[in-house]
Each structure stands twice: as C-alpha cells, then as structure tokens.
Design a protein around this ligand. Structure first.
Ligand code: NDP
Length: 474
C-alpha cells in the first residue's frame, strides 16, 4: 500500500517526527540525503510502526498516496531550498510540501509563492519541543493554505501534544504565518529564560541563597501561577551537583549564553514592525553581552566588579516571585502585540487565543499561565494589550510594589536585572498620561523641521526656531 506521508531529513528531529507518525499508525515513507541515517532509523526503530525506506527522493515520491504530503526536516536555510529544488519537478499539482525546520518566515513566504505557481501547496510549519517533543508530541504551528490544512491538519493534530484533550496544533494562517508565530514563541522563550535567570541571580547574590535552596524555591513556585516547564527545569538544573567538583553544576558552567538566531530574528522583525518587544530585546542583548568575554574582562579590570553583600531577607523570595510574574506578563504581552501587528501587516488574521492554546503543551514555554491568555482573548479578541485584561491587570497591579522593591534592590546592589527593570519601565510608560516624546518632537522640529502635532488642535506645525520663533502650519 502507498505511504500516507513522508519525512525527508532524518537527523534527530526528522527521525523522531517519523517515529511519532509511525507510532500513531501512519505508514510513513522516510528518506535522508545520506542513506545511512535512513537505514539506521529502520534498523533501530522499524518495530515501532510502518516505515517505507527510500534511497532517493524519486523513490520517496513514488511510494506516496496522492495528494502527496512530504515533510522536510533538514538544516534550515540553503539545504531546505536544495531539497525543494530537487523535489518540485517530481511532484504534481495538489501535492503538499511541509517545511518543519526553523525557517525564517520571509523565506517561507518566498517558497510558498514559488510553489503556488507550480500548483503545489507549501506549508511552513513551526515545530516546537525539541527532540523529545518531536517524538512524544510537539506544539505545531502550520501556515499555508486552508486547503492544505484540510488534508494535513488531522495528521498533525494527531501527533501533536494534547492538553485537556485539545491538540497543540492549529492552522495559524497563510504563507509565513506559522513560522512567524514559531519565531515569536522562541523570542518569548528567550525573555522567559532571562527573567528566570535574573530571579536566580537576585536570590543568589542579594538573598545569599545557595543554588540548592533556590532549586527548592523554584520547585515551590511551580505549584502556583508560575507553573511552567521552564520553572520546573530550572529547579532541576539548579539542584544538580557536578560530579567532578561536588559544586552546584550552575557554578561550574561557563557564563556565556549562545544563540541560534530566532530571538534575534524576533527583535529584528519587531523593529521593522515598530513594536516594542523590550523583554525579548533585553534577553537577546543579555546573551550577547555574556559572550563578550574579552570586553567583560577589560571592564572588570578597569572598573572593578560590584561588591554585593547579601542581605538575607524573608520577604525577598516572595517579592522576586511577584516581580518575575509581572515581568513575564509584560514579555508575553509584547510578544502577542508583535503577532497582532504582523497579522495586520501581512493579512494573516491571526487568532491570538488559539496561539496561546497551542503553546500550552509540547513546547518550551508551555505553562499554566497560557490558559489565562487564551481566556483573555476569548473574552476580547481585539484586546489592545494583554495588560488591560482584567486578570492580567490585577496580576501586575498586585505585584507592583514588590516589583519596584526588587528593581530598587537590584539597582542599588549593582546586580544587573535588565529584564525586570525594562519590563517595569514599559509598564510605567504604557500607562503614562504624558510621555516625554513631546520633547523629542520639539527637538526634531528644532534641528530638522520635522514638524509636530498639538494636543489642542488638528494639523501639523513647525516653529521658526532660527527666525522669530512664531509657529506656522506645516
Ligand atoms: P540539522 O539541522 O542538524 O540538519 C541535519 C539534516 O539536514 C540531516 O538530515 C542532513 O542530511 C540534512 N541536510 C543538510 N544539508 C542538506 C542538503 N543540502 N540537502 C539535503 N539534506 C541536507 O537536523 P535537526 O534534526 O537538528 O533539525 C532539523 C530542523 O529542525 C532544522 O531546521 C532545525 O532548525 C529544526 N530544529 C527544531 C528544533 C525544535 O525544537 N523545533 C530543535 C532542533 C532543530 P545528511 O544526514 O545527509 O547530512
């Protein structure tokens, strides 16, 4: 019998996704550029389901029922284009090519437009959850045509993670929508991790607590509002002792964070769209700063490191918990703003509540909190900001005093907390009656005649700064 679906690219993600499909009873055709991986997959896991190994893409295509569905799981970038180039001449109108890699959404838009001309459906599907998710149920964010989702949706929903019986997979929107949403998911993940790291740093350096004790604190937090995969694994990492030295592993790991680029993409796109995603930006910059080892050494030598004297204080733990929660709400609010702006820009008509729903399971930012986000958008799909939803408004307001205390403590001790500080600044700016942007406009008009608008009447105006300083209509 023909295979139901195919996977090409059988490194860790592709082979786990193929196994997931096979375990769900799909006859799955499998292919990899170097055949050894295909052979290894079938040898090691052939008993898990119904695999159809193919040595070439021709063979792969020939083994499939029509319309064909082929998932590409290769290295993102040029390799994806190489596979598409080889695949397209082998396909027939109506066939579906699914890119499950971490593609940039602009590449996905380009590829979708090109394949559409050939009568093919191109589906850029963001897949989150790493290798473990790919095998046991990822969060899947497919873009592409509604027509392709009719064929593909049932299969993807079947292999996706489930929360309360609801699959963590939904048709996100046309062309690049799925990969865009996946990108923002990763950006939010950066922000979330940065905030967690700052919370740890404050408890450690200001609170004077050991990693083992802080692991307990996080374990406790994981049974409240902060319940999430990232908080859960923070407890695991902080509680882990290095076998070589007997120290906490976190004290032995080099403090230079790396990145693969999706956080940077999120910020680059936010800059283009004019959406302030300060939480994600601070997280990306904090990683960059950590990696500038020579510069950090030079600064330490020239300026000296802040000497932080721990001030053990019973209330610090609860204050940090509240500051973390409030800052996290801000970071998510900003990420959701970015998706809304992109949806409007590209005509995607994104259902933001549905995005929160499919991130509840399978992916790295899965959290109890996402139910609240879904509820907020269910109540009001046009919510101007998550922060104005009743639940989140109360959450940040009730955290506000603690949040300020934590920021003051961090700033006065000299412990950098860019995530907490900038989230609070965003919160204060967003609800300000007046912003000093008025002065910025005045300055722009002074040096560049860029004009300004007035609060009391319509129109654009310019002051004759180098003349008699009277105001003229611009
Ligand atoms: P890699 O990104 O390491 O890519 C290796 C695979 O790509 C191999 O199958 C390799 O084939 C194939 N490949 C590379 N170049 C070419 C080419 N020119 N033509 C054909 N095939 C090529 O694999 P991963 O499994 O780690 O990731 C796959 C995709 O999933 C990537 O886009 C990655 O970004 C994404 N990913 C997503 C994660 C998530 O959590 N969602 C986590 C990790 C990855 P060969 O064996 O012949 O070299």
């Amino acid at each position: 019998a023909p295979a139901r679906i195919a996977v090409t690219g059988l490194a860790v993600m592709g082979s786990n996704l193929a196994r997931n499909l096979a375990r769900h009873g799909y006859r799955v055709a499998v292919h990899n550029r170097s055949h050894a991986r295909t052979k290894a997959l079938v040898e090691e896991h052939g008993h898990e389901g119904d695999f159809v190994p193919a040595e070439t893409l021709e063979e792969l295509v020939a083994s499939l029922q029509t319309p064909r569905q082929i998932i590409i799981m290769v290295k993102a970038g040029a390799p994806t284009d190489a596979v598409i180039d080889e695949l397209v001449p082998l396909l027939e109108p109506g066939d579906m090519v699914i890119d499950g890699g971490n593609a940039h959404y602009a590449d996905t838009r380009r590829r979708e437009a090109r394949l559409k001309e050939a009568g093919l459906h191109f589906v850029g599907a963001g897949i989150s959850g790493g290798e473990e998710g790919a095998l046991n149920g990822p969060s899947i964010m497919p873009g592409g045509s509604p027509e392709s989702y009719k064929h593909l949706g049932p299969v993807l929903e079947d292999i996706a993670a489930k929360v309360d019986g609801v699959p963590c997979c939904v048709h996100v929107g046309p062309d690049g929508a799925g990969h865009f949403v996946k990108m923002v998911h990763n950006g939010i993940e950066y922000a979330d991790m940065q905030l967690i790291a700052e919370a740890y740093d404050l408890l450690h350096r200001v609170g004077g607590q050991t990693p083992a004790r802080i692991a307990e604190v996080f374990r406790g937090w994981n049974s409240g509002d902060l319940e999430s995969y990232l908080v859960e694994i923070t407890a695991e990492v902080l509680g882990h002792v290095d076998a070589d030295t007997g120290s906490a592993l976190v004290d032995v790991i080099a403090d230079e964070a790396e990145q693969k680029g999706t956080g940077r993409w999120t910020v680059q796109e936010a800059l283009e769209l004019g959406v302030p995603v300060t939480g994600i930006a601070e997280a990306v910059f904090a990683r960059s700063l950590s990696g500038r080892v020579d510069q950090r050494r030079a600064a330490r030598e020239a300026l000296g490191a802040a000497e932080v004297t721990p001030q053990p204080d019973e209330s610090l733990v609860e204050d940090v918990r509240r500051a973390l929660y409030a800052s996290k709400v801000v970071a998510y609010a900003q990420g959701f703003d970015q998706m809304r702006a992109a949806g409007a820009e590209y005509g995607w008509d994104l259902d933001l509540g549905a995005m929160a729903t499919i991130w509840r399971g399978g992916c790295i930012i899965r959290a109890r909190f996402l139910d609240r986000i879904r509820e907020a958008y269910d109540k009001n799909p046009d919510l101007p900001s998550l922060l104005v939803d009743e639940y989140f408004r109360d959450a940040v307001k009730s955290a506000e005093e603690a949040w300020r205390r934590v920021v003051v403590k961090a700033v006065s001790a000299g412990v950098p907390a860019p995530g907490f500080v900038s989230a609070l600044a965003y919160y204060d700016a967003l609800r300000s009656e007046r912003l000093p942007a008025s002065l910025v406009q005045g300055l722009r008009d002074f040096f560049g005649a860029h004009t300004y608008r007035r609060t009391d009447r319509e129109g654009s105006f310019h002051t004759l700064w180098s003349g008699d300083r009277s105001q003229v209509d611009a």
